[in-house]
Design a binder for this molecule. Structure first.
Ligand code: EPU
Length: 455
């Protein structure tokens, strides 16, 4: 033992060693994120030029990984991005007894044997999408105990619609000691109306209904492309889902023996694509996006035209964005898909912060999604908030580099975009948020000519 180590630290280390030792006999849950102390340094002001390839969609792949629990056969997901969240979901599935292998952009899930039916707090608190194992576990095993995700930095994030939908399928649901306890001898199809088109509720109910007796109809379902990808996955493994991508999804229940393995591609990440689109509008320049689906981005493309970008689409998966003038102000309102996505609200604010004129940004999905505002102000932005849902953004001539801290994934993206456009040096911290949802972001910006690195 080093004589310089204070006693209290020595004790803490001994305690950790003991924990690691005991974890060898029980199940260990290791936090996957490691980027908390790192920084991204950006020397701003360079126009972006070149081509970037878009990765697979985080918000699609996480749900398909959870859905693989439905079948006692092997599933392969392709075009999977290397993200912290994907690794956390892999940990979740392994905890339940599935074998998960990640090789490059391919994930293989073998859920033939499940040994646990509980999603513990330690995993759900690291990433709320692990809550999506509730529906498949309940359907497959007739029971599930899943930690309540609680609120997060951006909002309250209730789960009442998940709960109500599963109850309508005949499940008994109790909330006890921070956990949802769900059980059902058998689930029975039902007609379920969602008060809001929640993605998570649509997914959990859809996945539970795959093995229910009879037909389930979800009315006012979320219509996002990630829901279509999930329905395609379910159909590929032998389920029967129709109408995904519309407000009404019809699921005809099948038996577990009807389900089998499949190989399914993950759709391109429209939010990553949108982030690059915002970046080129903020910095000016001309970029080509490869591996993108322009049909998922119409609301965003509409706003880009208002702001002054020229967008060309080349079927089936290429877009070119040219921006040769200062961005113009425009108003933005977030609403469920196909409207402008809440996940690009913070990124577009970084563009509007230095646009000519004043923009009104209205956030309708989350109660607290303007966390980037205080940091953008540190970079010289003039943004006034009225309540939780409206920001008045008065474009300044130029943002100036500063040290800024991200509070959630999309706020982090907003600060990187602002840094790329700003005069001088920007240092972004809180990168554990960024790494949850962007694969190789700095490397991709570097490839487009930005002066950016991590340390
Ligand atoms: N809501 C309820 N009750 C419910 C469920 C949701 O009131 O039972 C509310 C939420 O509080 C929220 C709104 O409805 O205000 C939308 O929630 P939704 O269920 O649609 O969101 P989610 O499934 O929890 C996914 C994405 C989010 C994205 C939202 C909205 C994943 C893993 N997450 O969350 O992505 O913002 O849909 O599109 O798919 C991100 O990628 O940065 C991110 C936060």
């Amino acid at each position: 033992m080093s004589p310089n180590v204070p006693k209290v630290e020595t004790e803490l280390r001994a305690e950790s060693a003991k924990k690691i030792e005991s974890a060898k006999v029980s199940k260990v849950i290791v936090p996957v994120s490691a980027a908390a102390g790192e920084h991204i340094i950006i020397h701003g002001g360079r126009p972006l030029e070149g081509t970037v390839t878009i990765s697979g969609a985080k918000n699609a792949v996480l749900k398909m990984m959870a859905a693989a629990l439905l079948t006692s056969d092997i599933c392969v997901l392709r075009n999977v991005p290397n993200l912290t969240d994907v690794h956390i979901m892999a940990e979740m599935l392994r905890y339940l007894g599935a074998k998960v292998e990640i090789e490059g952009s391919e994930v293989t899930i073998d859920a033939r044997e499940l040994t646990e039916f509980e999603a513990p707090y330690e995993l759900v608190s690291q990433m709320r999408a692990t809550f999506n194992v509730l529906g498949p576990l309940l359907a497959r095993a007739g029971q599930a105990k899943v930690s309540l995700p609680g609120g997060c930095a951006i909002g309250e994030r209730r789960i009442d619609l998940h709960e109500r939908g599963l109850k309508m399928l005949g499940a008994e649901i109790n909330i006890e000691h921070g956990y949802v306890l769900a059980s059902a001898n058998r689930l029975i199809g039902s007609r379920i109306y969602l008060d809001k088109p929640s993605n998570g509720a649509t997914e959990n109910i859809m996945l539970a209904a795959v093995l229910a007796e009879g037909q389930t109809i979800i009315e006012n379902a979320a219509q996002d492309p990630e829901i279509i990808n999930l329905a395609d996955f379910v159909n590929a493994i032998g389920g029967k889902v129709a109408g995904a991508g519309t407000y009404q999804i019809v699921i005809d229940g099948v038996s577990q023996a009807d389900l089998h393995g499949a190989t399914v591609d993950t759709i391109p990440d429209r939010l990553e694509a949108g982030t690059f689109m915002m970046a080129v509008m903020a910095t000016q320049g001309e970029i080509t996006l490869e591996g993108v689906n322009p049909h998922h981005l119409y609301a965003v493309i509409g706003k880009m035209a208002d702001i002054g970008a020229e967008v060309s689409m080349y079927a089936p998966s290429t877009m070119k964005i040219k921006m040769r003038e200062r961005a113009r102000a425009t108003d933005v309102t977030t609403l469920p898909y196909p409207a402008f996505p809440t996940d690009l609200q913070a990124p577009i604010m970084a563009v509007l912060a230095a646009a000519s004129g004043t923009s009104i940004v209205t956030e309708n999905i989350y109660e607290n999604r303007f966390m980037q505002v205080g940091e953008l102000r540190r970079m010289g932005a003039e943004i006034a908030l009225t309540g939780n849902s409206t920001a008045v953004v008065k474009g300044v001539d130029r943002l100036t580099g500063a040290e800024v801290k991200s509070s959630d994934l999309r706020a982090a993206a907003s600060l990187v975009i602002a840094g790329l456009a700003a005069q001088g040096v920007t240092e972004v911290t809180g990168l554990q948020h960024l790494d949850r949802g962007y694969e190789n972001l700095e490397a991709k910006f570097l490839g487009l000519g930005a002066d950016i690195y991590r340390r």
